[in-house]
Write a protein that binds this ligand. Structure first.
Ligand SMILES: [Zn+2]
Ligand SMILES: [Zn+2]
Length: 149
């Protein structure tokens, strides 16, 4: 599989069972569709994340590294984070630097849940989901995220 941006052959990285394809040239990363889904599952209920993950959908300038079809770009949850994804759900392309912002967004989202007076139920479900946080920890780890400095 080659980088959708510069055609460099992607290098497979393994992180405790999660496989990520990494471009050594531009430092972008390709996540299987399933993997971002798991990350999302740690912070939101299914019906909520389905409805709100994608904003400002538009054509991407990149082609899917799996099937070669032109991808679509969207903004992640109304934050100004651009992700490219395949129409056939092959995966997500994150440019270098964007991974850290995903982690930041997750943290903000947790704080938002804490603040919301009527979010007790959501918060309870969120805490329930934290029981299975291995995937999220792994993803944060692979992108160099960790405790705030
Ligand atoms: Zn690249
Ligand atoms: Zn595809």
């Amino acid at each position: 599989m080659n980088c959708p941006r510069d055609e460099t052959e992607l290098v497979i990285e393994h992180h405790k069972g999660i496989e990520v394809d990494h471009c050594p040239t531009c430092n972008g990363r390709w996540l299987d569709h399933h993997e971002l889904d798991e990350l999302e599952a740690t912070v939101a209920q299914e019906h909520e994340r389905r409805a709100t993950i994608e904003y400002s959908k538009r054509p991407s300038e990149l082609n899917c590294p799996v099937c070669g079809e032109r991808m679509r770009a969207f903004n992640y949850r109304a934050y100004n984070l651009e992700i490219d994804t395949c129409h056939d759900e092959h995966g997500f392309w994150l440019d270098a630097g964007e991974e850290g912002r995903v982690a930041d967004i997750m943290e903000e989202r947790v704080k938002g849940l804490e603040r919301a007076a009527n979010a007790e139920e959501s918060w309870g479900k969120f805490l329930g989901n934290m029981g299975n946080k291995g995937v999220w920890d792994n993803i944060k780890g692979m992108f160099g995220g960790g405790p705030k400095r």
